[in-house]
Design a protein. Structure first.
Length: 160
């Protein structure tokens, strides 16, 4: 089980932040984010699922997946990785599709960090930086805090 810590204050009105600490080593959490076979097991809070996962985890590489709702909803998502520091940091955006094709309706850039703490635990930080204040508010209303927290708990469970 992850140990909740206070949600960090966002740096701007266009940012959402989730911080958690866990006993799971950062290498395992990173693997959950970067392994196509593991990704569908945790990424969406249940009863939502993930299908059609493709991950080319490198700066300039792409990601594709479809979020599937319990009532048949399907939300395709794609983007590119901007920065990859193995076991430490993943930066991705939906501002571009594969081959740097611009997205006419970008929503946010994600920054995921994994930090080993002096006590041996891992601090996991997920930041969502949105293109507009309205997109940030929409993401918050969609359940960013609850959804990303539940997804993190699912990630921890598959990494044990």
């Amino acid at each position: 089980m992850s140990l909740p810590v206070p949600i960090e204050s966002p740096l701007s009105e266009r940012e959402l932040v989730l911080v958690r600490e866990t006993d799971v080593p950062r290498e395992k959490l990173y693997a959950g984010w970067t392994t196509a076979e593991l990704y569908p097991q945790w990424f969406c809070p249940k009863p939502w699922t993930v299908a059609d996962v493709e991950l080319d985890v490198r700066a300039g590489g792409f990601s594709r997946m479809t979020m599937c709702g319990p009532d048949g909803e399907r939300f395709p998502n794609q983007g590119v990785y901007l920065e990859i520091v193995p076991n430490e940091k993943i930066v991705f955006t939906d501002a571009y599709f594969a081959n740097w094709e611009p997205n006419p309706n970008p929503f946010f850039t994600g920054i995921i960090t994994f930090e080993t703490l002096p006590n041996g635990k891992t601090r996991y930080t997920a930041r969502g930086l949105h293109w507009t204040k309205e997109n940030c508010e929409k993401h918050a209303a969609m359940g960013f805090a609850e959804g990303w927290a539940k997804a993190f708990d699912q990630l921890v469970e598959i990494c044990r």
